[in-house]
Write a protein of this length. Structure first.
Length: 586
């Protein structure tokens, strides 16, 4: 039985050009070797599995090579390269600082540095996980690191640069390794699959690359695991089944059901996911990520932010066309709120189901209408019925579009002046349903006239005049509703003063501080909608203002102040006091 070598070791890069995703590091090191500008100490830092130790070994091998190629790579044929490849080099020392982190270990290393190499130009010391050294070990290492012999080069590697003391950092050239891009990992896996004669689907390799989270070593370990599971043919289904990853198809189906308002199917799909063993918290986070990806697809500029395979990207682009931007933002907000409150929920399944139901309440019809071309949306204008009437007589224009003749009303009570042009129609949809629009546009005669009136751009909507008395009555009614709902502070604020009716149906309400103003801002939409409904007027506007201290009427606290206010309202009280020589009880 032949011994198996994991892919992370078997396909470990042996040259700078074979390092994946770290071009900025390898180019700098090759130029330093080519121009003989090598530093005395290097620090390689970055996430796990991105090639720090690999680059350290390639650098150590290359600078001791006696026959460096024109591409600044080791020749692999000289005595130094052969001994390095066989693990027998006497000039390259590797130290694991995680298990050799005491001051004695560093002192032994410093003692070795004193001796020049028996063969070759340099002695290279690679210290992995250098952040694990103790404070005493760092201090013992300082002097040697600052002034090493000309033949000694130190290469330090760490995943946690912030744990290394500044005096060490200042003595090193620091190279920051990046997380490897998903596309680079997927491409590298495809090359290995070809070498191993393994048939693989691009979507499957892309999922492995995503799961690796930027670490190529993790990706190769997962790749070996999938090969052991699926054999010489890796499919997308095999990968998501073995790694217990939720299929993209579930998210696409759920989004379609949310847009269409298919509540029952959404709950059944979620139940199916739970029965397959998926965590509901991970599901809601994945759904939020799905909506984010749909949002990214709405613009060609941001499409590059979508880290999925080409086949999945096309599905995202197709589904993003039926989703409005504002709709997606609302769905992401619901998912985010569910995620934040998830751990505090006692019934977590119900908590996620409520979030899904909330998503269905987002107006799917409005979303579909908003995605229609603007040219297909006809303007809807409103005209007061006391000013104009829409007649069924219309003459086609040159463009064959209907025009509607506007006549004066027959009622003599409110004549329309002959020379006065009609005022510009106002746009208003408040309180209007689609059925009411259809009924108002329906004529009484032939199909031809019916078509003409249906295509009309005028809809009759009448606003009733409002008075201060009506405003005050409706205002108090809303305050009572707030009181019944337990929002006593809002009710007290609303009843503290009378609303004032200004010109153009503007209702102004004065508050005494910023807190009251913010409370009313949060309530403004509900209050304004209530007033429009109660007063039968869609053109009402509402604004608040903070009154100055000088505007605040002085309150009567003492008996003298109270009597003075009463006497201002009723002067007879003052006469009564003087006539009977009365005095106030202080």
């Amino acid at each position: 039985m032949s011994s198996f070598v994991v892919s992370a070791r078997k396909y470990r890069p042996a040259m700078f050009d074979s390092v994946v995703g770290q071009t900025h590091v390898t180019t700098t090191l090759k130029n330093a070797i080519k121009n003989n500008h090598l530093a005395q100490a290097f620090l390689f830092t970055g996430p796990r599995g991105v090639g720090k130790t690999t680059c350290a070994r390639i650098l150590a091998k290359t600078i001791n090579c006696t026959n460096i190629t024109d591409g600044t790579e080791a020749c692999n044929n000289c005595e130094s390269c052969i001994s390095f490849n066989g693990g027998q080099s006497l000039n390259i020392f590797e130290l694991d600082a995680a298990s050799n982190n005491s001051v004695d270990d560093i002192r032994n290393l410093v003692d070795q540095v004193r001796f020049a190499p028996a063969s070759g130009k340099f002695k290279i010391y690679i210290i992995d996980e250098v952040h694990m050294l103790s404070a005493a070990a760092f201090n013992a290492f300082l002097k040697t690191l600052e002034e090493p012999p000309s033949y000694a080069i130190f290469i330090l590697a760490t995943t946690e640069k912030h744990k290394i003391i500044p005096t060490i950092l200042s003595r090193c050239q620091i190279f920051d390794f990046n997380r490897i891009q998903i596309e680079d990992i997927a491409k590298h896996l495809a090359e290995i699959a070809d070498k191993e004669e393994i048939v693989s689907e691009p979507d499957a390799l892309h999922i492995i690359a995503q799961k690796a989270d930027g670490a190529l070593r993790d990706a190769l370990s997962i790749f070996d695991q999938i090969v052991s599971y699926a054999g010489n043919k890796i499919t997308y289904k095999d990968v998501i089944s073995n790694l217990n990853i939720l299929d993209y198809d579930y998210y696409f189906r759920l989004t379609d059901d949310i847009v269409n308002g298919n509540v029952s199917q959404i709950l059944l799909t979620f139940s199916e996911l739970l029965s397959e063993g998926f965590d509901s918290h991970n599901f809601i986070n994945g759904l939020s990520n799905h909506f984010r990806d749909l949002l990214v697809c709405k613009d060609e500029v941001t499409l590059q932010l979508l880290d999925v395979s080409a086949g999945i990207k096309e599905k995202y682009k197709t589904q993003s066309k039926i989703c409005d931007v504002h709709h997606l933002l609302k769905l992401i907000e619901i998912c985010n709120r569910c995620d934040v409150e998830y751990r505090n929920a006692k019934n977590q399944r119900l908590h996620v189901e409520i979030a899904l139901l909330k998503m269905c309440t987002v107006n799917a019809l409005a979303v579909q209408q908003s995605t229609q071309p603007l040219a297909s949306v006809k303007p809807i204008q409103t005209i007061n019925s006391q000013q104009v009437n829409v007649t069924s007589q219309a003459k086609p224009t040159a463009a064959n579009e209907p025009q509607h003749e506007i006549k004066k009303p027959s009622s003599p009570a409110q004549p329309v002046p002959q020379n006065t042009p009609p005022s510009a129609p106002k746009t208003s949809l408040t309180g209007i349903s689609l059925s009411s629009l259809a009924n108002k546009a329906k004529p009484a005669d032939s199909d031809t006239e019916k078509k003409k009136i249906t295509d009309a751009s005028y809809v009759i909507v009448e606003d009733e005049p409002i008075t201060e008395s009506n405003v005050y009555t409706s205002w108090n009614a809303f305050a009572k509703i707030m009181d019944e709902k337990g929002r006593k502070n809002i009710s007290v604020t609303l009843l503290s003063r009378k609303p004032e009716l200004r010109d153009n149906n503007l209702i102004e309400f004065a508050v005494t501080n910023k807190v009251q103003e913010e409370e009313l801002k949060l309530l403004k939409v509900d209050l304004l909608e209530f007033l429009k409904t109660q007063l039968h007027n869609s053109n009402i506007q509402l604004q608040t203002r903070i009154i100055e201290f000088s505007e605040e009427p002085a309150k009567a606290y003492t008996a003298k102040d109270k009597f003075k206010k009463m006497a201002e309202k009723n002067p007879a009280l003052e006469n009564l006091k003087k006539r009977f020589d009365l005095d106030l009880d202080y």
